[in-house]
Design a protein around this ligand. Structure first.
Ligand code: F0G
Length: 351
């Protein structure tokens, strides 16, 4: 009879809502913080995974979206719009259904994972595939929301950040204090901004005694913050973070610098290696972009940048089922057997 109520009810006093706010929720948040045994052994640290793929639509976006759609509802909006590499649109589409709103979605043509497209479709969103990249989609979405009766629910909408900061609250509530290091993938840079805000608020109010160093990782082919310049034609297999001009760029730099952290890059090869390690050795199936955090931690450890004994949290941002192509690709095809126990036992190596 008692279940997690969603981030707005659980953290109501720390979010911009009033008693009369019509809360739109799928009971997002309250996600598992899973001890990572193999990563802890490899780094000599205490590593935890914040498994955001366990949210209702399979990514951390639901934390921001419950706030954004709730606010849009409160303001009387009939329609919302977002640009997306797939997860924001999946989340917006689902929450718009709950709110009885129309959801318009702009995605880069051919560059979003099938599972995410399926989510937007099944929730009845109006989808346009834009002949351009995510950055072009965001420019278009901003223009449309400025000139037409439709609310923008990308993370440039500050209430998205408010919702997403609750992941930091959950971690501190669970561990009793902030970790030493927090590692996460960086795309449009909303999430690193949100975590830093959450950790900062908890430290300011004395709920935590300190703030972690923030370590963000971009994909090498889409690493504008690392390069210090816009990437015109971003590329990476991690389509969720295929972004060349992050909207929250300045906030990401602030999180990095104020925390004494870093923003670095990982190659697609490193991302896929971490993706496979998480699935095959930790039992946690994430989408490729999510594995950028763990790839980054492993890279830093190999470079001798990780002092042992620290407490580290890696956010894994999205569920592996969203983009299963990478799980299937390169894996051996399962063999087919007749309905025969002896053959099955032999093929399974049991006999
Ligand atoms: N991981 C996943 C699975 C994502 O979907 C995203 C962003 C990120 C990491 C990066 O987070 O943008 O806050 O730095 N996805 C957005 C989208 C862009 O449209 O779904 P960020």
């Amino acid at each position: 009879t008692h279940q997690w109520r969603g981030i707005i009810e659980e953290y109501r006093d720390r979010l911009p809502v009033s008693d009369s706010t019509p809360v739109v929720t799928l009971r997002e948040g309250g996600t598992p913080l899973v001890p990572a045994q193999v990563l802890s052994e490899r780094t000599g640290c205490e590593v935890h995974l914040k498994v955001e793929g366990a949210n209702p639509t399979g990514s951390f976006k639901d934390r921001g979206m419950t706030m954004a759609i709730t606010r849009a509802k409160e303001e009387g909006a009939k329609a919302v719009i977002c640009a997306s590499t797939g997860n924001t649109s999946a989340s917006a589409a689902a929450y718009a259904v709950r709110a009885g709103m129309v959801c318009a979605v702009l995605v880069p043509q051919g560059k979003i994972a099938l599972g995410k497209m399926g989510q937007a479709l099944v929730h009845g969103a109006k989808i346009l595939q834009v002949d351009g990249n995510f950055d072009d989609c965001l420019t278009l979405a901003r223009g449309l929301s400025d000139n037409y009766p439709v609310s923008l629910v990308n993370s440039v909408n500050p209430v998205r950040i408010e919702g997403q900061k609750t992941a930091a609250f959950e971690i501190v509530d669970m561990l009793g204090d902030a970790p030493d290091i927090h590692v996460l993938p960086v795309g449009n840079a909303g999430n690193i901004t949100a975590y830093w805000k959450g950790y900062t608020e908890y430290a300011a109010d004395g709920v935590a005694t300190r703030r972690p160093r923030m370590w963000g990782f971009q994909a090498s082919g889409s690493a504008p913050i690392v390069r210090g310049e816009v990437v015109k034609d971003p590329s990476t297999i991690a389509t969720a973070i295929r972004i060349g001009n992050p909207a929250s760029w300045q906030y990401a730099l602030a999180a990095r610098d104020e925390s004494g952290g870093s923003i670095d890059e990982v190659t697609d090869r490193e991302i896929l290696r971490a993706y496979r390690l998480l699935a095959s050795q930790e039992g946690v199936f994430v989408e490729p972009a999510s594995a950028a955090s763990v790839a980054g931690l492993l890279k830093a450890a190999e470079q001798g940048k990780v002092d042992p004994g620290q407490r580290i949290v890696c956010t894994v941002t999205g569920n592996g089922l969203k983009d299963p192509d990478w799980a299937v690709a390169g894996a051996p095809q399962p063999v087919t057997v007749p309905v025969d126990a002896a053959t099955a036992a032999e093929r399974l190596g049991l006999a």
